[in-house]
Design a protein around this ligand. Sequence first.
Ligand code: ZN
Length: 427
Amino acid sequence: MNKLYLSALAVLGLSTSALAQDARISISRAPEGSAITRRACGSMEVLEAQLAADPAQAQRMAAIEAHAQRVMASPNLQRTAAGTVIIPVVVHVLYNTAAQNISDAQVQSQIDVLNEDFRKLNADVSKTPAQFAGLAADANVQFVLAKRTPTGAATNGIIHKQTKTASWSTNDAVKNSKRGGDDAWDATKYLNLWACNLGQGLLGYAQFPGGSASTDGVVILYSAFGSRAKYSAGTYTTTYDLGRTATHEVGHWLNLRHIWGDASCGNDLVSDTPTQQTSNYGCPAFPHVTCSNSGDMSMNYMDYTDDKCMYMFSTGQSARMNALFATGGARAGLLTSLGGTAPRAAATTTLATAYPNPTSDVLNLSLPAGADAGRATVHVFDLAGHEMKQISYDSRGQVRVGSLPRGLYYITVGTGADVTRQRFEKE
Ligand SMILES: [Zn+2]
């Protein structure tokens, strides 16, 4: 490990012993193909591998950490409670067998669980021990299946894709169409969830803020995706069938650490969660006293307990997650996403049009009556939805696309509440 890597680990509250401990956890996983007998999450191993491969990621994460600490320390930098963050979600269902192709209803049941857990609307929060009841938090974050694709087309936010891959690992192939998976949608505008046959005895893994956009999001074992209590006809594994794997992993995606800090009596970078020895499994009786605390917060979503025995985030965890949405926060782009808003039907809208088509250099926009060319928002995407940043647009309604490689593209033109979308050819 190089010096930068080690100092970055220190900033992130990690230690080399934490990583060693994580390796010990990985050894205890269920063998491939057998039933999962205890919770295992791959997020810290993936983080370790990413930091080793890309030292710049440690610097990005250190900046995100400094921002989070600054926001948490200053009430007037914190996002006001009045605005609930609504996160558009795309679910990529990758299936090799029919059983792995979970239904839209099962997917919806997972979204419903997230909306309960992140708003403290889950009924089982009432089980929280009196000692922690005042800390159980409404994180004020909600989730909605996407209604609009990155290129502006209508969608229900769920992609079902058959694959030849029988089992996936934490190598992120599931997030790559060229490797048998399905590409991420723009991570600044969507939460990407992949439901697939994740192997290695893992229930899921997430990427923390600060990682690569192309792999941003959360991967979950298809049979731990959704809730048997909400949709009993789905395909579920026992014990992990109430949708809490996604709650835990989305917690990581929103910058939460494991509650034991991934070390013996470690630091989870949140002040109101008790220091605890290590992960808890199953359904521990309360109090389980370790590290001189007055009881582990084993019912926290960021422990390793069974789905039915985890039911709260703390106030400090909520503040840490919400720092990402404050000014300058790593996930603040989601606040302006139109992904959760349906595109208006073309038949009822006067469309913006771009001409000539094909073009070699300039597209001229013809805008609906009353629209101001200087205020239109113009984006160009390739057919896979990647934005082409090298184009320019001027207030006379001209889009310069001469620097694009030849091929087919989409242009989206936003005027007021309307976004129209047109395919064009660069020749
Ligand atoms: Zn985890």
